[in-house]
Every structure is written in structure tokens, then in C-alpha cells.
Design a protein around this ligand. Structure first.
Ligand SMILES: C[S@@+](CC[C@H](N)C(=O)[O-])C[C@H]1O[C@@H](n2cnc3c(N)ncnc32)[C@H](O)[C@@H]1O
Length: 245
């Protein structure tokens, strides 16, 4: 998973999401007067959120199951002369032997876990690694997103001339969607490198997710949009951000 795409993840513009989200996180923390000193990003991908947190003076670390994404994260941090610890770990079972003020899991990384039991294992592990008074923020695709946006065929050409073809199918009975991305990255004027990767995501109702969060000890949970504005009907949105204390 994320083996072939790691090299192109940032170039395809997918790094823009964590960049944008970090700006909203900063504004939100100002609003609630929260000043984390330590941060762990689980499923950190190419390390963009960690790099932004580090820039803001926070001691940040990242973990990801894909060694290819971890290598890219290390390269990205090195390019910026940042000393950030990135490790290959599974978010369901990681052990960092320390606690953090802030833990994040972004860009629907949690949806890659296909059963609610695996979400529970991850949340329980996060809770164990969170300092008293700490905050866990994650975002996820809703069932509505998988049903309506991960079902069908999309083709996109970005400003660098790269093509991304997404063929996806939603399985209503399982609440899961599988998407195959065929990517042609522009190597030269009319020369392209092509590769294909398939991802499967699962989504659950906000009620099921809150139940699991409560079960592992998160007693204060807010469901917001990306700008951290509370949502009245989260299941009617495409993406939810959970703020858990
Ligand atoms: C869509 S990317 C998001 C990356 C990053 N969080 C971001 O905002 O750009 C999903 C990431 O989840 C990672 N991932 C999937 N399952 C994982 C697991 N069980 N433990 C740790 N990382 C996982 C993938 O390797 C991939 O880097």
C-alpha cells in the first residue's frame, strides 16, 4: 500500500490537504488557547503535517505503515533541515514509549482500517499515548462520501500535465469502497510514467464512531468541518473532523 504512489504523492498535489488543514488547526488552537509542545502524526504519509508543526516550534514525530511514505517524509524533512523522527509503525499497534500533547491522523487515513474493531484498537492506542489535557484530531470520509464520491469514474489532469484516473466502486452492504488509481506522471514533453494502485476505505456512522471513542475514554468529542465549525448533521457531509479529549 502506498508503495508506488509515495514518490508522486506530493507532486500530484495531495500534500495541499495537510498544508491547508494545518492552517485551520493553528487558528483553532488560538481560539481555544491550546499550545501543544509535542505532537505525533499517525499515518503521517510524506510528513507534511509534522513539517508544519515543527515549523511552528512543536516537537513533532510521525509514523506510517508504508516504508516508502516514511522514506519520502524523511527526505522532505531533510530538505528543510528539520530533525523530525519518522518511524515505520502500524497505527493499530504502535508503541512510542512516551506521551504527546497532540496526536493527529489526517486525510482519511483512518478509513484505511476496514473494521470498527481496528478503529477501536487505534483510538485506544492513541488514548494511551496522549498526555492529560491532550487533544486527538482525526478526519474521515463519511459513508455519504464513499457512496457518492467513491463510486464511478473520474479523470483529472493537473497543472503539471499529470493524469489521474480513478475507478471506484462502493459496496453498500460492507460500507466500503475500493478505488483504483491509474496515474500517468509526465516525464518529458510526450513521455509519461504510469502505475496503478488500489485502495479500500471503510466508513461508519458518526454514532458508531462516537461510541467507540467513548469506549476507549474520550469523553468530550466534537464533530466539525475542516474549519473546526461544529456540524449539526455530520452524516450528511462528505468529510468530518473529530476533536477528541
Ligand atoms: C491518504 S494518506 C494520508 C497521509 C497524511 N496523513 C496526509 O495527510 O497527507 C493515508 C496514509 O495512511 C497510511 N496508513 C494506512 N494504514 C495504516 C496503518 N495501519 N498504520 C499506519 N499508517 C497507515 C498510508 O501508508 C498512507 O501514508
Amino acid at each position: 500500500m502506498y508503495d508506488k504512489i509515495a514518490e508522486f504523492y506530493d507532486k500530484l498535489g495531495w500534500k495541499n490537504y495537510p498544508e491547508r488543514l494545518w492552517k485551520h488547526i493553528v487558528s483553532y488552537f488560538k481560539e481555544i488557547n491550546f499550545n501543544p509542545r509535542t505532537h505525533l502524526d499517525i499515518a503521517c504519509g510524506t510528513g507534511i503535517l509534522c513539517i508544519n508543526a515543527f515549523k511552528a516550534g512543536i516537537k513533532s514525530e510521525g509514523l506510517d505503515i508504508s516504508i516508502h511514505m516514511i522514506r519520502k517524509a524523511i527526505e522532505n524533512a531533510k530538505d528543510k533541515n528539520m530533525d523530525i523522527n519518522f518511524v515505520q509503525e502500524d497505527m493499530r499497534s504502535f508503541e512510542m514509549n512516551k506521551k504527546y500533547d497532540l496526536i493527529t491522523c489526517t486525510y482519511d487515513a483512518i478509513n484505511h482500517l476496514l473494521t470498527l474493531d481496528e478503529w477501536l484498537m487505534t483510538f485506544s492506542n492513541v488514548k494511551k499515548h496522549l498526555n492529560y489535557g491532550g487533544i486527538f484530531i482525526f478526519d474521515c470520509n463519511t459513508l455519504k462520501a464513499l457512496r457518492e464520491r467513491w463510486n464511478g469514474f473520474h479523470m483529472q489532469k493537473d497543472s503539471n500535465g499529470n493524469y489521474i484516473i480513478q475507478k471506484s466502486i462502493f459496496y453498500e452492504d460492507k460500507g466500503q469502497a475500493s478505488a483504483t488509481f491509474t496515474v500517468f506522471t509526465r516525464r518529458d514533453k510526450d513521455l509519461y510514467n504510469g502505475f496503478e494502485e488500489t485502495f479500500t476505505e471503510a466508513a461508519f456512522s458518526s454514532k458508531d464512531i462516537i461510541d467507540v471513542l467513548n469506549k476507549v475514554g474520550f469523553t468530550e468529542v466534537s464533530i466539525t468541518n475542516m474549519e473546526f465549525k461544529m456540524l449539526d448533521e455530520p452524516d450528511e457531509e462528505y468529510r468530518n473532523v473529530y476533536v477528541c479529549k
